[in-house]
Write a protein that binds this ligand. Structure first.
Ligand SMILES: Cc1cc2nc3c(=O)[nH]c(=O)nc-3n(C[C@H](O)[C@H](O)[C@H](O)COP(=O)(O)O)c2cc1C
Length: 315
């Protein structure tokens, strides 16, 4: 039975990737977990320079979810490459760096620093963060800007380029197509959904920034729907993200068309949750007589597709 998947020229030993911003730079977990059990891990978002992020409070719990406005706190790409990468690269997993910028040129510059840095397997391009005043969602919400950023990053590096799409748009497939046309190798779907939580005593937002990004199980059906729409639209592979806490959640995304998945907020609830998900994925494959997890990708029997008329399926 094989759990290995291929995407963007990379081979992942299994489809589970730790999502950006929920797993630090990976090294924070190295004494707790065996990082080599992950198919991959994505670093926290990195700009050229270090950033403090937003003032606190910057996290609030919501029903089945988490609202955050961290604001892309980070040590800057050069410090990451010099001080963190040598440590994290010792672990046998696929290391992706989540890159950010205030301008198109900054994205390209961060990509150039990553290019050739030993241990970086690919770049996830964060054009979808809702918690910053410049860049982020402003790029990911506009197909022209999406194209421009992705094309600039594409030109700056030979590494696989994986734009991360925002759900805070009317039609995510338009953005997906723009990213594909600009040379993306795969797409991550989705970043957090823009939300607002209000403290009724103070009548102020619960987060100091005001709005925040919603993640966790609350967003999963939205994420699955968007990943499915994108997977039907583009030819490049899609990585599903949003609310995964179990093998069954991961399988939803894969059946809907995703080649791999990311686990985010669930890492806060249970660090090492990928271990139980892996065990349950293997058990599911065995129970269903599936030898290769890749065979499941895009097997959704959606009403209106060729098998939808089958009464067994409809029932
Ligand atoms: C606290 C926190 C920080 C995050 N930071 C980043 C980030 O730096 N870059 C990024 O692209 N996504 C970031 N995300 C979004 C996640 O990677 C993921 O797309 C989102 O949380 C949905 O997945 P989940 O429901 O499994 O958490 C962050 C999410 C959370 C909760």
């Amino acid at each position: 039975m094989s759990l290995a998947v291929q995407l963007a020229g990379l081979r992942l030993k299994n489809p589970l990737i730790a999502a950006s911003g929920t797993f630090g730079y990976g090294v924070e977990y190295e004494e707790l977990l065996d990082l080599s059990r992950l198919g991959g891990l994505v670093s926290k978002g990195l700009y050229m320079e270090a950033r403090d992020g937003n003032p606190t409070p910057r996290i609030a719990e919501t029903p089945s979810g988490l609202l955050n406005a961290i604001g892309l706190q980070g040590i800057g790409i050069r410090a990451f490459v010099k001080e963190v990468l040598p440590r994290v690269a010792r672990h046998d997993t696929v290391h992706l760096v989540n890159i950010c910028g205030d301008t198109v040129e900054e994205y390209a510059e961060v990509a150039r620093v990553c290019d050739g840095a030993p241990g970086i397997a690919g770049l996830e391009v964060n054009i979808s963060c809702p918690n910053v005043k410049k860049g982020g969602m402003a790029f990911g919400g506009d197909p022209r800007m999406t194209h421009e950023v992705v094309a600039a990053v594409r030109k700056a590096t030979d590494l696989p380029v994986i734009p991360k799409l925002s759900p805070n748009v009317t039609d995510i497939t338009v953005l997906a197509r723009a990213a594909e046309e600009a040379g993306a190798d795969a797409l991550s779907c989705i970043n957090t959904l823009l939300g607002l939580a209000v403290d009724v005593e103070t009548r102020r937002p619960k987060l100091a920034f005001g709005t925040g990004g919603l993640s966790g199980p609350a967003i999963r059906p939205v994420a699955v729907r968007m990943a499915w729409q994108v997977a039907r639209t583009v030819k490049i592979p899609v990585i599903g993200v949003g609310g995964i806490t179990s093998a069954s959640d991961a399988l939803e995304f894969m059946i809907a068309g995703c080649r791999a998945v990311q686990i985010g907020t669930a890492n806060f609830v249970m660090p090492g949750i990928h271990e139980s998900i892996l065990a349950d994925l293997s058990a599911w494959l065995e129970r269903h007589g599936v030898d290769d997890i890749g065979d499941l990708v895009g097997t959704l029997e959606y009403p209106g597709s060729s098998s939808a008329g089958d009464p067994e399926v409809c029932r």
